[in-house]
Design a protein around this ligand. Structure first.
Ligand code: NAD
Length: 398
């Protein structure tokens, strides 16, 4: 693939490392950056033949097959509309929009233009996530009841994130978008998110947006997607997922305490991993950030899909649904009530049955619980199907 990269900052460089890493044939052929010095530096670092400080110039180039948007949130829509104008495949970083209205406009524009659109939600492409999702899809966890995802760190690395107008929100929008999409994947993207309850506050930073939030997203089956996000967490980048189903559980730690621990006095200390706050003492480095954060698998899915003429796993539609959920979270954080998710565009199931996983013990009883006790006996707790009476029976020695 021949790529135009828009933006030469933090994520533009991460994407470039992934896109051109190992023995990749994909090349960034044009870089747009608002400052000439940054554009030239990026072009030189990644061997781009062309650089420009004019966004449209990069997009319109005949050699460009796909445009990768790595710009601040307030510039996503402008860039997407230019891709529609020039009929270029477009992939954009998260969040799709600053709100659902912007996201919906972008979704409608790419579909009207008939161009390929991919939503770069890397955290549903990490090797651990892909393996976990496969287990969930195979039924290893039974019916999914609850998916919890946590993304917290000490705050973003550029001025625009902290400005409500440019960013569109605080940590809910910046980090919650990852968590919401992780939960949607585990619970089922075709199951409708119906309502949300969210607490958000600005506790530490001198900003208008929230720096700390917790939210519950209720799905039509009754499953709950929970997110915990913060720009005030100390100690690095905490990225953890938990999934609970009627038959099993998954815990994933993506970044801290992944099995790689290192101590250093600080001699020769350098970059350790994203948002790590210290480079001395006990550290938790990440072996391969590009791979462990999902960038490699994400671009593989995007480019394979472009070549096959099919939609990738994550599209602008997914980005739009995530924005609608987050808009509802913002409403709930103000009203302090459950707020409906107003999905004006919904392409999943019209109706999903509530989770009901009662198991039969025998013709007359439901099984409530079975447990092996310390003395080796097995205690069985039952509910009478007719009377509703709960009883217990003990099998074995006591
Ligand atoms: N894991 C992820 O998926 C992930 C991680 C970080 C950031 N992001 C997303 O990537 C996007 C960019 O974030 P970042 O961390 O790279 O930010 P950044 O500040 O590091 O880089 C932003 C880039 O946009 C340019 N830019 C800033 N203001 C501009 C303007 N007014 N006009 C033109 N160019 C401008 C900057 O010069 C820079 O090249 C955001 O949407 C962010 O949410 C995604």
């Amino acid at each position: 693939m021949r790529i135009a990269m828009l933006g030469s900052g933090f994520i533009g460089r991460f994407y470039a490392e992934s896109l051109q890493g190992q023995r990749s044939r994909d090349r960034i052929v044009s870089i747009y950056s608002r400052r000439e010095t940054s554009a030239k530096k990026f072009a030189s670092d990644y061997g781009c033949a062309h650089w420009t400080t004019e966004m449209e110039e990069a997009i319109a180039r005949p050699d460009v097959e796909v445009v990768c948007i790595s710009l601040p949130n307030n510039l996503h829509e402008q860039a997407v509309l230019l891709c529609c104008k020039h009929k270029k495949a477009v992939i954009t970083t998260k969040p799709l929009g600053r709100n659902a209205i912007e996201a919906r406009r972008m979704l409608e524009a790419v579909e009207k233009a008939g161009i390929f659109n991919g939503y770069l939600e890397d955290l549903v492409y990490t090797p651990k996530f892909l393996k976990a999702l496969e287990s969930v899809k195979n039924g290893a966890l039974g019916r999914i009841l609850w998916s919890k995802s946590r993304e917290t760190h000490p705050g973003p690395h550029s001025d625009w994130f902290w400005d409500l107008e440019q960013a569109g929100g605080g940590c809910i929008l910046d980090l919650g978008c990852h968590c919401v999409e992780i939960a949607r994947n585990f619970i089922g993207k075709d199951i409708k998110p119906v309502e949300v309850m969210c607490w958000a506050d600005t506790q530490v930073k001198p900003i208008e947006a929230e720096d700390h939030a917790i939210g519950l997203v209720k799905y039509e089956t009754g499953a709950i997607g929970q997110f915990e996000v913060s720009w005030t967490f100390r100690g690095g980048l905490d990225l953890r997922d938990e999934v609970m189903g009627t038959e099993g559980t998954i815990w994933i730690n993506n970044f801290l305490r992944t099995g790689f621990e290192m101590f250093t006095t600080g001699k020769g200390a350098d970059y350790v991993s994203e948002k790590t706050e210290s480079n001395t003492g006990w550290l938790f480095p990440v072996g391969d950030e590009m791979n462990d954060l999902g960038y490699n698998h994400m671009f593989t899915d995007m480019f394979n899909s472009i070549e096959k003429g099919i939609a990738p796993k994550e599209t602008f539609y997914d980005g739009y649904v995530v924005n609608e959920i987050m808009d509802a979270c913002y409403r709930s954080s103000k009203t302090k009530k459950w707020e409906p998710v107003n999905l004006e565009i919904w392409r999943g199931k019209d109706k999903s049955e509530p989770i009901h996983a009662v198991g039969d013990y025998d013709a007359g009883h439901y099984l409530v619980k079975k447990e092996t006790m310390p003395d080796g006996s097995v205690k069985v707790i039952l509910k009478d199907k007719k009377t509703g009476v709960i009883s217990q029976t003990v099998i074995g020695n006591r």
